[in-house]
Design a protein around this ligand. Structure first.
Ligand code: ZN
Length: 275
C-alpha cells in the first residue's frame, strides 16, 4: 500500500518516510510504529536507551497544568501572528522542541487554514504523548532538535520556544527565505518569583544574536502580568522553571506556603530570516 508522504525522514537511511496504517516506513523498508497516542519515535537506535531523555513526567505535568491556565496566552497569540504572516500558502511549520504541544496546537490551526502542514518534535516521551493528543492534525515525533528528522531546506517556518538552540541544524532545515522564530525570556521574566526565591536575583542578559545562515530581522517583546492564587498553580509555575532544580529547600518551603503570587512574564521573540 502506498502511504502518504510524511514530513519526517528515516533516522536510519535519511530517506523520506511515508505514513501507512499504524506505522511510518521508508523506501528501504525501515519501519517505525505509530504509538497509540499518534506519535512516532524517530530517535536513532543507539539513543533509544539513554536514561530518561528530555523533561520528565513531573516537569511535563507541571507545565501542562500551568500552560492550561492560559497565563502565557499573549505569547502564543504573538507567535501565531508572526507565523501567519511568515508562512506561505501550503507551507510547512516545524516546532523544534514542541513540549506537550500547547503552542504547537494553536500554530497548527493557523497552518491548517493556510493549507499547510505542521510537525513537532521533542526529546521527552511524556511530553510528546501529550502533544500528539493535542495536535491530531500534526505529525509529532520523539527526536532531538540537534538531529531533526526532516530534510534539508524542507521547512518554511521553524519555531523554538524555550527549547535548546541548535542553530546549525535549524539553518540546515529552514529553506532560504524561510523563518526561524526563537522565543527567549526577557530580562525580568518571572522577576517576582525570582525575588521571592533568591536574596539577590539577577536579570537575564538581553542578547540579540545572529546565527550563521540567519539575519535578525526583528524582536517582538511580549509581556503579561498575572496573579496566581492557590498552591497548585504557584508550584506548577515553579516546577516548569529551571529554578526547580537549583533553589535551596528553605526557599521552596516558603513558596509552598504561599497562596498568592503576582508575576510578570516577559518574552522576546527573535525573528530570524534564513539567508
Ligand atoms: Zn530508511
Amino acid at each position: 500500500m502506498e502511504g502518504i508522504k510524511s514530513l519526517f525522514c528515516c533516522p536510519v537511511c535519511g530517506g523520506r518516510l511515508s505514513r501507512e496504517e499504524g506505522r511510518y516506513a521508508c523506501e528501504s523498508r525501515h519501519s517505525f510504529d505509530l504509538a497509540r497516542e499518534g506519535y512516532v519515535n524517530l530517535l536513532p537506535a543507539n539513543r533509544q536507551h539513554s536514561k530518561a531523555p528530555g523533561d520528565d513526567r513531573d516537569m511535563t505535568a507541571a507545565r501542562t497544568r500551568f500552560l492550561d491556565g492560559g497565563w502565557y496566552s499573549p505569547l502564543r497569540s504573538a507567535l501565531c501572528e508572526l507565523a501567519e504572516k511568515a508562512l506561505p500558502p501550503g507551507g510547512t511549520l516545524l516546532d523544534a522542541g514542541c513540549g506537550e504541544g500547547w503552542y504547537t496546537s494553536a500554530l497548527a490551526e493557523i497552518v491548517r487554514k493556510k493549507g499547510g502542514r505542521t510537525a513537532g518534535v521533542d526529546l521527552s516521551k511524556p511530553a510528546v504523548k501529550k502533544a500528539a493528543r493535542r495536535c491530531p492534525g500534526a505529525e509529532i515525533a520523539v527526536a532531538s532538535v540537534y538531529h531533526l528528522p526532516v530534510g534539508d531546506s524542507s521547512v518554511d517556518v521553524l519555531v523554538n520556544c524555550f527549547s535548546p538552540l541548535a542553530a546549525e541544524e535549524f539553518a540546515r532545515v529552514v529553506r532560504p527565505g524561510g523563518w526561524f522564530f526563537y522565543v527567549v525570556p526577557g530580562p525580568r521574566h518571572l522577576w517576582e518569583l525570582k525575588e521571592f526565591l533568591y536574596e539577590s536575583p539577577y536579570e537575564n542578559e538581553e542578547k540579540e544574536e545572529e546565527y550563521p545562515g540567519f539575519a535578525l530581522e526583528g524582536v517582538t517583546a511580549v509581556e503579561s502580568v498575572f496573579t496566581l492564587t492557590g498552591q497548585q498553580d504557584i508550584m506548577a509555575l515553579f516546577g516548569m522553571t529551571p529554578y526547580a532544580w537549583k533553589t535551596p529547600r528553605e526557599a521552596v518551603e516558603r513558596l509552598s506556603q504561599t497562596e498568592k503570587l503576582t508575576v510578570t512574564a516577559q518574552f522576546r521573540i527573535h525573528a530570524l530570516g534564513r539567508k
